[in-house]
Design a protein around this ligand. Structure first.
Ligand SMILES: Nc1ncnc2c1ncn2[C@@H]1O[C@H](COP(=O)(O)OP(=O)(O)OP(=O)(O)O)[C@@H](O)[C@H]1O
Ligand SMILES: [Mg+2]
Length: 358
């Protein structure tokens, strides 16, 4: 998506950069022959957002603080000792317009013309102010027996594209493409797997819910409940500061032992909101597309919450698995200690770098 350098010869090393609301993740992948290997990775995390709510890297109002992001990226690049100079970067879902459009079966020329109208209908900005990409992601027979082609349309404001270009130029990197985050993460954890799956990416500030079916993204929504909601609930409930609450959450998760019962009772109402939303996306998809979702896949930092798989499985009565960002990528053995975090938290960054190498 949004490939700026389609015709250039691609380097064999690529960076993938995922700018989240409270952290930046960078990976470097290297291709040799048909194998892709993780070469290097780095994470830069801010905790300041708990104390000052405007101290986030990226706020929901599409405001990416440029100067600060450049300075954070420079630190990350210096400390991470990355050697590639080409990067693919993620756009958060909330900064894009993503819709599944169903059109009658028609030839590519007609489809193109019809899409122009559809785009104007679905995006509240003039065509001259957006960059649009769309892909046919499947087809189905509707209730009246007509074949419909399904088209995933993604649009981002040109202003956003320019902002990202400026940021990466200032860091001395070549921005080769931008891609909406769930397209990148699902490339890394699902690839061409055909299983109808709901992917739940639980970040710090937002949770992304994506339906992937036959290897294609069919639906995507976000909600504002995520990992931080649990931390804030613990902090308030126990009257402790956010840093301590964050530590407790990571140490105990939902598995508090004797005397820690309270921890999970504080977390669960917020986790339930997230799971209920995933459940309603699942139901709606199953109803509209007559295809049963077979599993829930957890991604993002929130997927590391101890006990979440078992809890979600019981709550939703669906098999729950952890996403594996290293599914199609080899990693050096010494990384096995941090493997779980790499697999769940770095999936988007890995998917972005894979795209660069394609
Ligand atoms: N071991 C753990 N147990 C529970 N929660 C964890 C653990 N590790 C990380 N988290 C939580 O994951 C969240 C961060 O996840 P992630 O890095 O995916 O977010 P982000 O990409 O920066 O944010 P967003 O996706 O909202 O922009 C934080 O809320 C953090 O507390
Ligand atoms: Mg994220």
């Amino acid at each position: 998506m949004f490939d700026f350098f389609k015709k250039l010869v691609k380097p064999n090393k690529f960076l993938g950069c995922d700018i989240g609301t409270t952290s930046i993740k960078m990976v470097e992948l290297e291709r040799s022959g048909s194998a892709t290997k993780l070469h290097n990775y780095a994470l830069l995390e801010t905790l300041g957002h708990f104390e000052r709510s405007n101290n986030v890297i990226q706020a929901n109002a599409l405001k990416l603080s440029e100067r600060e992001t450049v300075s954070l990226l420079k630190t990350l690049l210096r400390k991470g000792k990355f050697s590639a100079d080409s990067v693919v970067v993620s756009i958060p879902s909330f900064a894009s317009f993503t819709t599944l459009i169903e059109l009658p079966d028609m030839n590519p020329e007609e489809t193109k013309k019809t899409m122009l109208y559809q785009i104007q209908e679905h995006v509240p900005l003039p065509l001259s102010e957006i960059t649009v990409d769309w892909t046919v992601v499947g087809q189905r027979e509707d209730e009246s027996g007509f074949t419909k082609q399904q088209i995933l349309m993604v649009a981002i404001p040109n202003e956003t594209v320019e902002r990202y270009r400026g940021i990466f130029k200032a860091c001395g990197l070549r921005l080769r493409a931008l891609e909406v985050e769930m397209l990148a993460s699902t490339r890394a954890v699902i690839g061409t797997d055909q299983t109808p799956t709901v992917v739940l990416d639980i970040g710090a500030r937002s949770t992304n819910i994506t339906v992937v079916d036959q290897g294609f993204v069919k639906h995507n929504t976000q909600i504002d409940y995520a990992g931080d909601s649990l931390t804030v609930a613990i902090a308030k409930g126990l009257g402790i500061n956010s840093k301590r609450a964050e530590e407790l959450k990571k140490q105990r998760g939902l598995l508090g032992g004797r005397g820690e019962y309270e921890l999970s009772t504080l977390e669960i109402p917020f986790l339930d909101v997230i799971l209920q939303e995933a459940d309603s996306v699942r139901r709606e998809y199953e109803q509209n597309f007559q295809n049963k979702i077979q599993r829930l896949m957890l991604l993002g930092g929130g997927a590391n919450l101890l006990g979440i798989e078992k809890y979600a499985e019981e709550k939703l009565q669906t098999p729950v698995v952890l996403g594996n960002g290293l599914l199609y990528v080899g990693a050096p053995a010494e990384l096995s200690v941090v493997a779980k975090e790499l697999e769940t938290r770095f999936a988007t960054a890995i998917g972005l770098a894979i795209k660069g190498l394609l």
